[in-house]
Design a protein around this ligand. Structure first.
Ligand code: FNR
Length: 361
């Protein structure tokens, strides 16, 4: 359908399969978009002037038009020929920040060069740490040299999970950075993308490696894939700038907890240790509605990441499709903020939610 017929994110989910190959779809849809937000209800507030709603924020100190960023997803070409390049342009037009994947269909340099405004547009880089640390160092240096402002180190994927749908298809496509930089994937896409990509990642990554990253880069460092309070506290101790509570969109460990559940526990722990101002906390996984974003912010998240909704937009309509997905989420968040009587993000508070038995679900 025409772009103006899409009225929410689920419309994009519905039509994306029509635009994709069987193989691409299998890779994208591995894992569940589980969401446990339903148990959180809202108390509508009145008597607040909500004529204008301001949802601008800063992520790691960088301006964003709203508390949403585009999370890294590998192999963007499976959705659209312009892949991550289209996402870069859409991000600029929507005023949001793109997290470039290590395993993009386009190379890091190409995606950085796709910035619409070379000076003002901010991009982050998602890093899969390779066992070959020289290679990893080179990748980090390249990201920094090309103007990336933060390094999101993915820590929930010592191996990519057994993704069964994906395993049933055999395709030959490799991410640009892997193709050009290393040989260990040796064309083993015979068992699906996930298996092939898995060989890129170092399973021995540990807390002590964080200091090494801090020594080789001036970029901000964020750990993507934290899933419990203990690790959140360790992240603070190791001096990182942020954490993403994520279960990788449900694509890694089956039956892992949802990020929103982890968020409650993590914010409590950070507050108890009086370090909640030392680190920014983001969540991703299953964000499909403005209300989802509102709830995450109320529980203490600084911003949310989206993965699949962006890819559905990309598959359906390329760059304008991605922009439309962001526009819809922004419109829904704005409407939610207005209905909740919160004209600014700072006005959104935890006591506006009924966090009902969250640990029992
Ligand atoms: C991902 N994700 C991901 N994360 C990462 O750190 N490196 C990667 O290469 C990828 N690749 C990837 C591919 C695809 C097809 C998907 C759907 C996801 C995870 C992603 O960054 C994010 O954590 C989730 O996608 C968020 O969940 P939703 O928004 O997709 O529900």
């Amino acid at each position: 359908p025409e772009l103006d017929k899409f009225i929410n994110v689920y419309d994009f989910e519905k039509y994306a399969p029509l635009k994709m190959t069987k193989q691409g779809l299998a890779y994208y849809s591995s894992g569940k978009g589980v969401i446990f937000f339903k148990i959180v209800n809202q108390n509508i507030k009145i008597k607040v002037d909500v004529t204008t709603v301001d949802m601008r924020t800063k992520i790691l100190g960088f301006e964003s038009s709203c508390p949403i960023y585009l999370s890294a997803t590998a192999l963007g070409k499976l959705a659209h020929d312009d892949g991550e390049l289209a996402i870069a342009r859409a991000a600029y037009n929507s005023g949001v920040i793109q997290m470039i994947p290590t395993l993009g269909s386009y190379s890091l340099e190409e995606i950085c060069n796709a910035r619409v405004d070379k000076t003002s547009q901010v991009q982050f880089f998602q890093l899969y740490v390779n066992a070959n640390r020289e290679l990893t160092r080179k990748l980090v240096k390249t990201a920094e040299a090309h103007g990336c402002k933060a390094l999101f180190i993915t820590v929930d994927a010592p191996q990519l999970a057994r993704r069964e749908r994906d395993m049933r298809f055999k395709v030959n496509t490799n991410p640009a950075n892997v193709q050009s930089n290393q040989s260990s994937s040796n064309g083993s896409t015979q068992q699906g993308f996930s298996k092939a990509l898995s060989s890129f990642i170092d399973p021995s990554l540990q807390w002590k490696d964080i200091a090494w990253f801090q020594s080789i880069t001036n970029m901000k460092i964020v750990l993507k894939g934290i899933q419990c309070a203990e690790d959140a506290l360790l992240a603070v101790k190791h001096g990182v700038d942020g954490i993403v509570l994520s279960n990788h969109g449900g694509r890694q460990l089956d039956t892992s907890r949802s990020s929103i559940e982890v968020l409650v526990e993590v914010m409590d722990a950070l507050k108890r240790a009086r370090v909640d101002d030392r680190i920014e906390v983001y969540v991703d996984g299953g964000i499909r509605r403005g209300t989802d974003i509102f709830k995450a912010l109320a529980l203490g998240a600084k911003a949310v990441g989206i993965g699949r909704p962006m890819l559905w937009g990309l598959a359906c309509h390329g760059q304008p499709g991605v922009q439309k997905v962001i526009d819809l989420l922004k419109a829904e968040l704005e409407s939610t903020m207005r209905l909740m009587g919160t004209p600014t993000l700072a006005a959104i508070r935890k006591d506006m939610l009924v966090v009902d038995d969250i640990s029992h679900h």
